[in-house]
Design a protein around this ligand. Structure first.
Ligand code: FES
Length: 100
C-alpha cells in the first residue's frame, strides 16, 4: 500500500490499483485518454517522492512530472491534483426543503 498525498487529501492505493485509478476512486479531477502511457493527457506534477515505470512511457514526461496511468508508486508521494468540484446549481434555481 502506497500513501498518496494530493493538493486536497491523502489516501492509500489499493493492491493492484494504478495511481490514476486511485485518484478516480477518491474523487480527484484527472484527465486521461489512452490509460497506457501514449498520450500524456494524465500528466501530473510530482512535488515529492518518486515513481517507476515497468516500460518507459511513449508520452513525454518532464523531470518533475509523472503519468499516473502507467507509473508504479513505490514510496509515499505528493502530487499536484485537486478533488473534483461539486457542480453548482444555476443561479436561477432555488433549493426547496419539504416537511413531511
Ligand atoms: S492517459 Fe494517456 S498517458 Fe496516461
Amino acid at each position: 500500500m502506497s500513501l498518496v498525498t494530493t493538493t486536497d487529501r491523502s489516501f492509500n492505493l489499493l493492491n493492484g490499483e494504478s495511481l490514476l485509478e486511485g485518484l478516480e476512486r477518491t474523487g480527484h479531477e484527472v484527465e486521461y485518454q489512452c490509460r497506457s502511457g501514449y498520450c500524456g493527457m494524465c500528466r501530473l506534477t510530482l512535488l515529492s517522492g518518486s515513481v517507476t515505470y515497468a516500460e518507459p512511457p511513449l508520452a513525454y514526461v518532464g523531470s518533475s512530472e509523472i503519468l499516473p496511468c502507467c507509473c508504479t508508486v513505490t514510496e509515499p508521494i505528493l502530487v499536484e491534483c485537486r478533488l473534483q468540484r461539486q457542480k453548482e446549481l444555476p443561479l436561477d434555481v432555488e433549493q426547496y426543503t419539504f416537511d413531511y
